[in-house]
Write a protein that binds this ligand. Structure first.
Ligand SMILES: [Zn+2]
Length: 104
């Protein structure tokens, strides 16, 4: 498992006490993180969130797809997808109430 110097970012052996590049002690070293942070953009979650205000049913579908995409990937857009589902559901509910109110 490779580590990186917290001072200069130099790659270090896991058992190294000092950075061979700048001499910083091992205490300031941060472990290497996975490469998949923040690079994935969840287009479905974004589209679903926007559509949920305008076209509740379309927004609901896109948000559900966005949520499953978020779970497949690194969780990017998960909050947005959930928000889209909730807003779309509220919108559909309000539309339903208004439709009944017009009939009555
Ligand atoms: Zn260093």
């Amino acid at each position: 498992m490779a580590k990186f110097c917290g001072n200069c970012g130099n790659k270090m052996d896991s058992d190294a006490t000092f950075c061979t590049n700048c001499g910083t002690s091992n205490s300031g070293v941060v472990k290497s993180t996975s490469s998949s942070d923040g690079s994935y953009v969840n287009g479905f979650a974004i589209a679903g969130f926007i559509c949920s205000f305008l076209f509740a049913f379309v927004g609901l579908i896109l948000s559900i797809v966005g949520l499953s995409k978020a779970n497949e990937n690194d969780g990017s857009g998960k909050g947005l997808a959930i928000a889209g589902i909730v807003i779309a559901a509220v919108n559909m509910f309000l539309g339903f109430i208004l439709a009944i109110a017009r009939v009555l």
